[in-house]
Design a protein around this ligand. Structure first.
Ligand code: NAD
Ligand code: WQD
Length: 338
């Protein structure tokens, strides 16, 4: 089986490519390197012992995309390619709608034209907004996301539901909670681009003294220690869920499938708990200061991931501390390269 992995040199994509190769799938990557670097391809090969095919171009270029489908018998796609910076999406909404939705539609047009099914989409817990219940189930009502980025994820889901229904296709929407950590080899991880917005990259850069202090955005939330709660899921566990979801989709006998899964640990951790776990795991200090809440932040979000366990046979296995240990190893690797 040959799987097209868009954004396969990115953070979650690169880990997933390794798992696909380990499970004997052939992989064709399209990535324009807008948020990655070429050495990730070499590292994927080193970790997996196999080489994926790689095409460096922007998926908005329909004619190049079509040539990939001419050159390979594609059996399915995992679509990671997207812009993902929440703050930036507020400043450049059109860039986000164009990149995240035009690329999706271009791939789906090829699927329709060539009668291919089996499509997996990277969605996000952001589609739930501040949910009225915790943990969040797949059936928990969606709310309009605060950011244009979040809206591209909700729109992407709707486009895929219509696509599956109208053309009898098989589609899986995976709603990730907060992915963290790096590959145990320390050869793959999240590439930092400028000042990190997400908690774990900021914590890591503070520990390595690139940043002076972590700002904790608010300690007046109605939680036990006053800091906000999220569900931090280890990236390798997350990558493995994609292989399970793909195998299920390939084995489906129904013509039309629209599956939705939450991918999280089922456990919420506060910002202070993450900082404490990082310090314990790596024996380093993370200086911090308490600041005002960050605009748009929600108090709490954690998953009920029972459906993924029941239907995919997948469950998060890695502890927060273990995941944070891999992050630190990756940071040391990045520093050794520069
Ligand atoms: P990432 O930025 O590391 O990976 C995305 C990859 O896609 C990058 O390598 C980038 O170069 C590529 N890309 C972007 N636009 C492209 C285009 N037009 N053509 C070709 N390649 C393009 O991001 P990630 O963290 O690995 O996220 C992967 C997916 O998961 C995204 O769709 C993201 O929205 C979603 N997601 C991420 C998180 C998270 O916190 N990391 C959480 C929920 C959902
Ligand atoms: C986590 C917690 C912050 C940085 C984002 C996207 C979401 C999804 C996952 C893609 C919050 C606090 C953070 C810092 C802090 N991505 N924090 N100091 O906001 O849950 O979700 O990533 O789909 O769409 O919005 O993740 O890592 O930014 O924040 O105190 O320097 O850490 O306030 O409570 P978030 P995050």
């Amino acid at each position: 089986m040959t799987i097209l992995v868009t954004g396969g040199l990115g953070y979650i994509g690169s880990h997933t490519v390794v798992e696909l190769l380990n499970n004997n799938f052939d992989v064709v990557i399209v990535d324009d390197l807008s948020n990655s670097e070429k050495f990730i391809l070499k590292n994927i090969e080193e970790v997996a012992g196999k080489k994926p095919v790689f095409y460096p171009f922007d998926l908005k270029r329909k004619e190049l995309l079509s040539q990939v489908f001419d050159a390979h018998q594609i059996d399915g796609c995992i679509n990671f390619a997207a812009y993902k910076a929440v703050g930036e999406s507020q400043e450049k909404p059109l860039d986000y709608y164009e990149n995240n939705l035009f690329t999706l539609i271009n791939i789906l047009q090829e699927f329709k034209k060539r009668n291919i099914s089996n499509f997996i989409f990277s969605s996000s817990c952001t589609v739930y907004g501040q949910a009225d219940e915790q943990p969040i189930h797949e059936s928990t009502p969606l709310k309009t996301p605060e950011s244009s980025y979040g809206k591209t994820k909700q729109m992407g889901e709707e486009i895929l539901k219509d696509f599956a229904t109208a053309y009898q296709k098989k589609v899986t929407l995976l709603r990730y909670f907060n992915p963290i950590g790096s590959h145990p080899s320390a050869l793959l991880g999240e590439l930092p681009l400028g000042i990190p917005n997400n908690l774990v990259p900021y914590v890591t850069q503070t520990a390595s003294k690139i940043r002076e202090k972590l700002s904790i955005w608010g300690n007046d939330y109605p939680t036990e220690d006053g800091t906000a709660i999220r569900d931090y899921i280890y990236v390798v566990d997350l990558a493995k869920a994609h292989v399970k979801a793909l195998q299920k989709l390939l084995n489906e006998t129904s013509e039309t499938v629209i599956d939705i899964y939450n991918l999280g640990t089922g456990k919420g951790s506060s910002v202070l708990e993450v900082v404490g776990a990082f310090e314990r795991a790596n024996h380093v200090e993370v200086p911090y200061q308490i600041c005002a809440r960050r605009a748009g932040d929600i108090t709490i979000a954690f998953a009920n991931a029972d459906k993924a366990e029941r239907e995919l046979g997948w469950k998060a296995e890695t502890t927060l501390e273990e995941a944070l240990r891999t992050t630190w190893e990756w940071q040391k690797y990045l520093e050794s390269r520069s």
